[in-house]
Design a protein around this ligand. Sequence first.
Ligand code: FES
Length: 199
Amino acid sequence: MHRSDSPHPDSPPCASRREALRLCGGALAGLASGLCTPAFANDDPAGARPQAGDRLVLADGEGQRAPLRLADIEAGAKPLMALPLDAASGTVRDGSRLNKLLLLRLDPASLEPSAARNAADGVVAFSAVCTHQGCNITEFSTEKGLLLCFCHFSQFRPAAGGERVAGPAPRRLPMLPLKLEGDVLVVADGFTSRPGATL
Ligand code: FES
């Protein structure tokens, strides 16, 4: 049974109670509406947002949770769905759909500065959740170099840091900055902006 006093696990995180006030127009109103998850409710590493030092694993890699390496991401191929892995605890951060990621490997020479500074040898990671109403983004046009949301046809350009180029989404897709440690893909920092639907 749904508990109205329990924030939905996919609700957007609030960095602090002050942030909850700002984003929700009042902490009580925000929590009651389930629009915000306070930071103190997000201690579970599985539900926490990706952090610097996390590794990446395939989202559908049942039993295959080996950290992804550069060679695992095929250049020019369709995006892989991935999840962050807390390296310290070995926990896959699969407790929130807002942690779903799309991984692509693009030509480094094609990246605009907004994408290049968060890429690892052409590999870029984006939130897989559309910034319009939160549908999963599942398609990629290799011809146009665009990620496509089929709910209301928003389009995003990964080579331009997830810039929205068409459709009703009001903002770009958040990037997850990456780096390489040897040939292992490692999260370099948190999302560049809040993942999820725009409230
Ligand atoms: S949810 Fe993606 S365009 Fe509406």
